[in-house]
Structures are given as C-alpha cells and as structure tokens.
Design a protein. Structure first.
Length: 75
C-alpha cells in the first residue's frame, strides 16, 4: 500500500472514534475537520497525508517558497 494513503482503519485510529466507528461517523468527523476524502469501495473512506496536512494548516515548504529575510525588505 502507498505510505501517503491513510486508510479507513488509519482514520478510525486518528479520529479516536474507535475501531468500530461507522462510516457515517467517520464522514462527519472528516467533514467537520475539513479533511477531503474519497470512498474506498469497501464501506469506508480514505484520504492522503497531504489532504490531512492541508486540513490542519501544515504545508511542506518548497524551494520556491523560501522565507522572506529581513535583508530582502527595503523601506
């Protein structure tokens, strides 16, 4: 399995809704936390680590998004 994918069971653990959490509870949890997800065809949902990070405001810094330094600013 792709390590960037979070399965239904992974999401159950992350959400702390428990190992028997139903699809409807998981959908509600994901929506309320702004997590984009897809259906897995087996009665569950899945998402990616990137989607999870985006939902909580964590982004990966790319080479083009270097931080602004004080010496780069002119007054």
């Amino acid at each position: 399995m792709n390590p960037a994918i979070l399965t239904f069971d992974d999401l159950r653990e992350i959400s702390r809704l428990g190992p028997n959490a139903r699809l409807s509870s998981m959908e509600r949890w994901a929506r309320s936390n702004g997590i984009r997800y897809k259906y897995d065809g087996k009665g569950g949902i899945w998402t990616t680590i990137a989607a999870m990070n985006a939902a909580v405001g964590v982004t990966s810094e790319t080479r083009d998004s270097a931080k602004l330094r004080a010496e780069d600013v002119s007054f």
